[in-house]
Design a protein around this ligand. Structure first.
Ligand SMILES: [Zn+2]
Length: 326
């Protein structure tokens, strides 16, 4: 009984589906308990069972079960028999696939296809299971560093999971070099403000639907402020990371801010960690209503463009590294 509850606790802590499978802890389960490992990777990743004492393989049988929880597809492996029937415990482990080389199959899709808002979505898939991360640039058309960085990230290769890149979320605004085009609402205030909503505009609805459709685990939305947040004479949010509270998101957000700040000598140019992306923003709606771990990353436009792009790239790199994807 104690062993099982311990297993369940560890299982809960593992939140397996948000990290690469090869970083899984070694989990123990009683064969009689139909509670084993959950992860969202492809079904061909087999579970190997090991004897807890001598590490040799056991001929246990296991049954993959695919189920849907809140619209998200998970694969469970259930131990259906154990050759060591008298043994109360068997250990389950996912194979270590970390020796696989980086691979990237890139697919390009169009978001808001057939409308004047049509824009490319790059889907970079690894052959290994792992989280789905979405990186968005160009929600605001005059925040150049974000969409320029995202344009580079679409060519990145990953170790595991799936990377979705939407480099030019609002193409018309980018072409006009404006926050949003005349006659249209601010795109980053147009995403759902209640769970029952789908978004105020064609473009907001199309982007939000994409987040949903791909079961995005993590979302980074790239923006810029016109000044430094630490310059008290302005109300700009340049040089900030604004996250939606969640323990995983907080940990990685702190890592990003601290790493970047360690290379910034001038204190007012350092990044600040803020929370609660504004209502109606992609980051806020995705986190609040879809359970996505999400943040907005803002550079300050009072710096050279190349420097701002570098901060955006570095922040994305740290996120993906922390998730084992790079
Ligand atoms: Zn913005």
């Amino acid at each position: 009984m104690k062993k099982v509850s311990n297993f369940k606790r560890r299982l809960a802590q593992a939140t397996l589906f948000t990290f690469c499978s090869f970083s899984l802890p070694f989990l123990h389960a009683d064969a009689a308990d139909a509670v084993t490992i959950t992860y969202s990777g492809p079904i061909e990743y087999k579970v190997t069972t090991y004897d807890a004492f001598n590490s040799s393989s056991l001929n246990n049988t296991y049954t993959p079960v695919t189920t849907s929880i809140n619209g998200r597809i998970y694969t469970y492996y259930t131990v259906t028999s154990n050759t060591y029937n008298n043994q109360s415990e068997a250990a389950l482990k996912l194979p270590d696939t970390s020796t696989n080389t980086k691979s990237a199959a890139v697919e390009i899709k169009t978001v808001a296809a057939g409308t004047k808002w049509a824009t490319e979505l790059y889907i970079i898939r690894s052959s290994k299971p792992g989280p789905t991360v979405m990186i968005v640039g160009g929600i605001h058309g005059n925040e150049t560093a974000g969409y320029r960085a995202a344009e580079k990230i679409k060519d990145w290769k990953i170790n595991c999971g799936t990377l979705l890149v939407l480099p030019q979320a609002n193409k018309l605004a980018i072409q006009a070099n404006k926050r949003y085009i005349e006659g249209e609402p601010d795109l980053n205030r147009s995403f759902p403000k209640r769970s029952s909503e789908s978004g105020d505009t064609v473009l907001a609805r199309a982007i939000y639907r994409t987040v949903k459709e791909y079961n995005v685990d993590w979302l980074m939305d790239m923006h810029e402020g016109y000044d430094f947040y630490k310059n008290s004479s302005t109300n700009s949010v340049g040089q900030t990371l604004i996250y939606y509270p969640n323990s995983d998101t907080k940990r990685i957000s702190e890592k990003i801010v601290n790493t970047l700040n360690s290379g910034i000598k001038t204190s007012y140019k350092q990044f600040s960690l803020l929370r609660y992306p504004v209502q109606g923003s992609l980051s806020r709606s995705s986190a609040e209503f879809l359970g996505v771990k999400s943040f907005i990353f803002e550079t300050a436009q009072k710096q050279d463009l190349s420097e701002r792009i570098n901060y955006q790239l570095k922040a994305a790199e740290i996120l993906l590294q922390e998730l084992g994807m790079r």
